[in-house]
Ligand binder design. Structure first.
Ligand code: SF4
Length: 231
């Protein structure tokens, strides 16, 4: 049977490869946090989300315990998602400025979002082994998202996870690619990598990452995509 994004998503949701993460997600879903006590948590791995014809792939780290792990959609229902979706909306990639629930009518245009680990990890830190176990899903999405020309990595761990996946596909890459906010790298074949600090509260509340500095990265992405169109 031919692979598809829907098939990848179904397999992700049923995945049990990482016992530590599966236990943690279920436990968070059972105990909840006070402000969401009346809600049914998703509590399962969270699949990628977006436009199958996307030219922009956004690669994040992992769902948040009371965000994606509660709502079942990446960057949905938490402050990181508020920041990310507002910016994607300003740039024309999202049809709404907020992302609060799976049935909120949010839709992405020309953009697909996926994490390098699809289960919420304790302390927001998946282990390298957990990220490696989850890599197969990223690789399948990468293969299926054939129109991607820009990859925006949110944070160094997301970048390392994405590049590790690319290396496994035998794509020739330089040994070292620098991570710094706003840096970009040519990945060959008309595809460009864009680096940003992660949209976590730790970065956005401290001013390390501001809407303006994130918009500047998205503006570079848009310029690259419009050049790719005309090229
Ligand atoms: S992190 Fe990925 S590989 Fe591990 S259990 Fe979750 S979906 Fe499966």
């Amino acid at each position: 049977m031919a692979d598809s994004l829907a098939r990848v998503s179904r397999e992700v949701v049923d995945c049990e490869r990482c016992p530590r993460l599966r236990h943690w997600c279920r436990e968070v879903a059972r105990t909840k946090v006070k402000r969401f006590q009346d809600q049914d948590y998703w509590g399962r791995p969270v699949p990628g989300f977006g436009d199958p014809r996307a030219r922009l792939l956004v690669v994040g780290l992992a769902p948040a315990a009371h965000g994606g792990n509660r709502t079942g959609r990446v960057f949905t229902g938490d402050r990181s998602g508020d920041f990310l979706f507002a910016a994607l909306h300003r740039a024309g990639f999202a049809n709404r400025p907020e992302s609060v629930a799976r049935d909120d009518g949010q839709g992405l245009r020309d953009c697909y979002i996926t994490p390098v680990a699809r289960c919420a990890p304790p302390a927001n830190k998946p282990t390298p082994a957990e990220i490696a176990r989850c890599r197969e899903y990223l690789e399948r999405e990468w293969t299926l998202l054939k129109r991607v020309r820009a990859v925006l990595v949110l944070g160094r761990i997301a970048m390392d996870g994405f590049l590790a996946m690319l290396r496994e596909t035998d794509r020739p890459l330089p040994r070292h690619l620098e991570f710094a906010h706003g840096t970009t790298h040519d990945l060959g074949g008309g595809i460009r990598l864009f680096c940003s600090y992660h949209v976590s509260q730790q970065n956005t509340f401290t001013g390390r990452l501001t809407p303006r500095s994130f918009d500047a990265v998205l503006a570079k992405v848009e310029r690259h995509l419009s050049r790719a169109d005309s090229g």
